[in-house]
Design a protein around this ligand. Structure first.
Ligand code: CP
Length: 340
């Protein structure tokens, strides 16, 4: 059933992604397009909190005439064991396998959000929870953010790039920059953002301090897609040089994969890195001083980005959040509505 799911943008062809973006743009432009999903149902399982993903999916399926059920395991629905082969004599009363099989009998698709809980990146990078649901549900599964990917955010980012910079993004410079943050955050968003930027044909610069490399296989993925689409990829350690002349600056903090699960080592690596913040001077050095600022939200003001950037004309962050609704409507219509 994995093939009918949406776990990562790169699982779909470039043409399918572009078609989704086109449909999302049409839905946004024309509220008279008739709904397509009357009677269809969606279960959204949140092992971790959300504002945008939860709200935009609930609204998306409602606008299409369908209905969503939201489950938060351990808060009103049973706590779910996600490890395989364990003796369930602890506090978890239901296994992911039964939960997936049962929910798959009730609904037409499932969405699953599960951030990494493992103590090693080798384990976490398997995305075992979202992939486990996809294996057992018998209906399409949508990744609502796992350890490795946030593909719906990636779609919304790509839609926003096309809106702000034009449909022909070839040779335009997309800069993904690490930002300081008090906590180690997942790499799903930055990896997915770099992948979609390459997918829409942009030149991708990834800026981060030494020690904060993305997953090596994911970097290979970005480079492979960029080569196919005629774009270039570079990894640099100088934020000021990276943003100079950029068309888009995407800020995101992420944890060191080399220090994954090791909070003291992570804190040590972050010392002295608070200057990794996107501020007005850095945005003024972008293309014509008018590059766009991107962030998936939620964002900590004054930490990853200054108020002046977020409140200024540079910021596309709220557009990205709005576009979650449009791309997810398009995605649901493709998965459940019989579109090609
Ligand atoms: N960007 C994003 O996924 O936001 P939420 O965590 O609020 O869903």
């Amino acid at each position: 059933m994995l093939s009918r799911s949406f776990l990562a943008t790169e699982d779909w062809t470039d043409e399918a992604i572009v078609a989704l973006l086109d449909e999302a743009a049409a839905l946004k432009a024309d509220p008279r397009i008739p709904p397509k999903l009357h009677g269809k149902t969606l279960a959204l399982i949140f092992f971790d909190p959300s504002l945008r993903t939860r709200t935009s999916f609930e609204v998306a399926i409602a606008k299409e005439g369908g209905h969503a059920v939201v489950l938060e395991p351990g808060k009103g629905s049973w706590a779910i064991e996600t490890r395989r082969g364990v003796v369930m004599d602890g506090d978890k009363v239901e296994h992911m396998i039964e939960a997936a099989r049962v929910l798959g009998r009730y609904v037409d698709a499932l969405g699953v959000r599960s951030f990494p809980k493992e103590s090693s990146w080798v384990e976490a990078r398997r995305d075992a929870v979202v992939r486990g649901f996809a294996e057992h549900a018998g209906v399409p599964v949508i990744n609502l953010e796992s350890a490795r990917r946030h593909p719906c955010q990636g779609l919304a980012d790509a839609m926003t790039l096309r809106e702000r910079l034009g449909r022909d993004l070839a040779r335009k410079r997309f800069v993904l920059t690490w930002a300081w943050h008090p906590k180690a955050l997942p790499v799903a968003v930055p990896s997915s953002a770099a992948i979609v930027a390459a997918t829409v044909g942009m030149d991708v610069t990834i800026a981060h301090p030494p020690g904060f490399e993305l997953d090596a296989d994911d970097l290979v993925m970005v480079k492979t897609i960029a080569a196919r689409r005629g774009g270039r990829v570079e990894v640099v350690h100088d934020l000021d040089a990276a943003v100079e002349g950029a068309h888009a600056v995407y800020a995101k903090s992420w944890g060191s994969l080399g220090a994954f699960g090791d909070a003291p080592r992570e804190a040590e690596l972050r010392q002295g890195l608070k200057y990794w913040i996107v501020d007005e001077d850095r945005m003024r050095s972008t293309d014509g001083g008018g590059g766009i600022f991107m962030h998936c939200l939620p964002v900590r003001r004054g930490v990853e980005v200054t108020d002046g950037v977020l409140d200024g004309a540079w910021s596309a962050a709220v557009d990205e959040a709005e576009n979650r609704l449009h791309v997810q409507r398009a995605l649901l219509r493709r998965l459940l509505g019989g579109s090609a």
